[in-house]
Design a protein around this ligand. Sequence first.
Ligand code: ADP
Length: 259
Amino acid sequence: MEPVLNLRMVSFKYKGEWVLKDIHLRTFEGEIVGVIGPNGSGKSTLLKVMDGVLKPQEGDILLKSRPIGSLARAEVAKEIAMVAQENYFRFAFSVLEVVLMGRFPHLRRLQFEGERDKDIALNALKATHALHLSNRSIHEISGGEKQRVLLARALAQEPGVVLLDEPTSFLDLKHKREVFRLISSLSTDRKLAVVLVSHDIDLIAQYCGRIVMMKDGIIAFQGPPEVVLTPESIEKIYDCPVFVDINPATGKPRVSLRG
Ligand code: ADP
């Protein structure tokens, strides 16, 4: 199968030190890649480079075999949707208005959204179980509801790739589970290639086919959860003692702090 996004020997620096070094990473339709690693290891930067917002100084990124640097911003945005960490809205847009923003890359200059765009936005809200929120203000919904709305905005873009930066960081256990389940079913149903940064290692282990473990801007380990989530690899990247056993309910590795 052809990778949707293909990063080859990618290195990036803001200025001074390299923040990403020799990154090799491919994403495929219907697969969720989980990215973990300590604060400052380069996870958010990696997503921004994959989104084409930051341009790597070395290496190249192919989007469906075409160099991402050769594509116009709107072309990239038709294929790649990002759910970023910062999502502050200055104005009290309605939820539907926020989701319609996902249609911008598909509109021509000075064109307004039409009925079809609205249908796509409403469908996206339906898919993320947020249709009932359509007329609410984005300022007046809960954290879990907001994540579902932002996911709907990403889907309204009709992308092949969805990048998510810590989508569950402020959510309680139930809502974390809900978001992961939702992402998982959307990835399967819509054949999306998903890249998800999260500190919820156990949920990553449960829902991701592949895990990328970052440390100091490099991919220290990459592979299926059963293979890469070992005490040695986790201790190496996080620099703290852990033990790993198997969650009897899921059969996937489970990571706990050792004291
Ligand atoms: P993570 O998401 O893993 O916490 P980041 O990608 O945010 O890591 O940051 C990686 C490194 O890049 C850090 O050393 C951080 O200080 C630096 N960095 C992040 N954003 C910028 C920026 N806009 N300008 C300069 N350095 C940055």
